[in-house]
Design a protein around this ligand. Structure first.
Ligand code: HEM
Length: 343
């Protein structure tokens, strides 16, 4: 497999695009014509060669540019990466999980050589070669979590497990859908989910937490989440709302197809071996509406989902004011045909 890494930006001139191959493997998140929150958790097993689920940590054509964007965001705001002192061991666990998976699953891109605690890591796409001593922080340029997540697409929340709850005690968060690590650091599962509408009353968070507390090593889980973003912005953080919030106002029917993006998060859950922490990678995939409607069954279904979404969810996801225009634009791709469940 050869990946051609795209040169592109997620800010200012927004040159991000998906190749036709990337559109084909986009994780379209709707198994039916309507959407409501649910405990949509399933085993993170690989299936369908070429899909985003095939490997433990998907690497795609946006890898190099996404890592450049992360470095840019961190240079402006170092608080996007935080790790409370007791989370360092979990950082090493995460580094091990990512390095071993990538070296095994993408041998042409990554190599890991281990001689006891002396490790040698090679990351070809980013031109990195690093010899270091496992569990010795002084041998890496950053802490272990920061070191490896500067080289891995997606955000990472690292959760300490105690008192039958999960605590957001570490993370690398530069590609988030409007939430803040700096605000949430130290919070528990119910506290950081407090702003979400409806799901608390539906008992979703109680059931989800019960499931997560029991995730076992070697048996990761996953779910999809989604929202909408104007322009291909990875960093839609509250910290930078003054920059991207105003972009929502400029949307017209003429530039809807180019500017409005469906943003899908592939969220996975892994138990870590030494620390017993839970790591929650949140991998963001963006697709502009012009690209999405190249798949007629997605266009038809997406029109119905957006049209019928409960107002509380459209408000929380931040597109209630643009919804009429989005629905009008999408309606021309909906011929009214009956659809069957499945993607
Ligand atoms: C939203 C974190 C697991 C369901 C959120 C938010 C955060 C978050 C930070 C944004 C809240 C805000 O508005 O400030 C996490 C972490 C998890 C986790 C760290 C892993 C431990 C889950 C699970 C479920 C879930 C297992 C459900 C089955 C939701 C839902 C939303 C949400 C429905 C609202 C999303 C939307 O409408 O776009 N989560 N979450 N989360 N989370 Fe989680």
């Amino acid at each position: 497999m050869t990946i051609v890494f795209r040169e592109e930006t997620f800010h200012d001139d927004f040159t991000f695009r998906n190749s036709p191959e990337a559109v084909k493997r986009f994780p379209f998140p709707f198994p039916e014509d309507s959407y409501m929150y649910s405990v949509n958790l399933e085993p993170h097993k690989s299936y369908r060669p070429g899909s985003v689920y095939e490997r433990t940590f998907d690497v795609d054509e946006h890898y190099v540019s996404e890592m450049r964007d992360r470095a840019r965001v961190l240079a402006e705001d170092p608080l996007r990466c935080q790790s409370l002192p007791h989370m360092t061991l979990a950082g090493w666990d995460l580094l091990e999980l990512i390095m071993t998976s990538k070296a095994e699953e993408y041998p042409e891109l990554f190599e890991l050589h281990r001689d006891g605690a002396r490790w040698h890591w090679i990351n070809r796409p980013l031109g990195i070669e690093q010899k270091f001593t496992f569990l010795d922080e002084t041998t890496l340029p950053y802490g272990p979590m920061e070191y490896i997540t500067r080289q891995t697409q997606g955000d990472f929340a690292v959760l300490d497990q105690r008192d039958d709850n999960l605590w957001m005690d570490a993370g690398m968060v530069t590609t988030q859908a409007d939430w803040s690590l700096d605000f949430d650091i130290g919070m528990n599962f119910f506290e950081w989910h407090a702003p979400v509408p409806k799901a608390h009353e539906m008992g979703i968070f109680q059931r989800a937490l019960k499931f997560l507390l029991n995730v076992q090593q070697g048996a990761p889980a996953r779910r999809l989440n989604w929202t909408m973003t104007v322009n291909p912005l990875l960093d839609t953080s509250p910290e930078n709302y003054h920059k991207w919030g105003v972009m929502k106002k400029d949307l017209t029917l003429e530039d809807m197809g180019q500017m409005m993006h469906l943003r899908v998060e592939l969220q996975t859950f892994f138990r870590l071996p030494r620390s017993n922490a839970l790591v929650f990678p949140i991998r963001c995939y963006l697709i502009k509406l012009d690209e999405l409607v190249t798949v007629p069954k997605w266009a038809r279904r997406f029109h119905r989902v957006i049209r019928d979404l409960p107002a509380e969810l459209a408000t929380y996801k931040g597109f209630i004011s643009n919804r009429p225009k989005i629905v009008e634009w999408l309606s021309k791709y909906d011929d009214g045909a009956l659809t069957s469940p499945g993607i």
